[in-house]
Unconditional design. Structure first.
Length: 149
């Protein structure tokens, strides 16, 4: 699971006099993947990756390597970002990272920062031979992954 923000955790600590029952153990971004495993009764390795904007790509890289190493036969790779609190928006705006036009214009001379949004995506991946043998629909083939800073 790739995760970029801690908005849910920030929201749960706003009222220290009336904390939510699981605000300490249930809202930390580090255990997001374990909570998903628990809710859906998933078994196998689980990790939450936070490398900012590249979190879900790092998660995909780790999952591909886990498949190749035999740590698992199938994997769910997900990326998530949800905006629940204005704090991150305020600080990234003061940093000058947010586009004043609310548009990214990625790889364009008009680029002036980025725009934040909510999103969630997930991939169900397995080895190609297993997908063919199991007659699963194949939407794409991952030939390789790499990570770098």
């Amino acid at each position: 699971m790739g995760n970029f923000n801690a908005d849910h955790q920030i929201m749960t600590v706003h009222d220290a006099d009336h904390p939510l029952p699981y605000s300490t153990t249930g809202s930390d971004p580090a255990i997001l993947s374990n909570r998903v495993n628990y809710v859906f009764n998933l078994l196998g390795p689980s990790e939450t990756v936070n490398t900012a904007c590249s979190s879900s790509m790092y998660a995909l890289h780790h999952a591909v390597h886990a498949l190749r190493a035999g740590d698992c036969e199938k994997a769910i790779v997900a990326g998530t970002n949800i905006i629940l609190d204005p704090t991150t928006q305020i600080f990234t705006t003061k940093l000058g990272a947010i586009s004043p036009t609310s548009r990214c214009n990625t790889f364009d001379a008009a680029a002036s920062g980025y725009s934040r949004s909510d999103g969630f995506g997930a991939l169900y991946i397995m080895k190609l031979n297993d997908a063919i043998e199991g007659r699963y629909p194949i939407r794409a083939v991952i030939r390789g992954t790499a990570i770098n800073s």
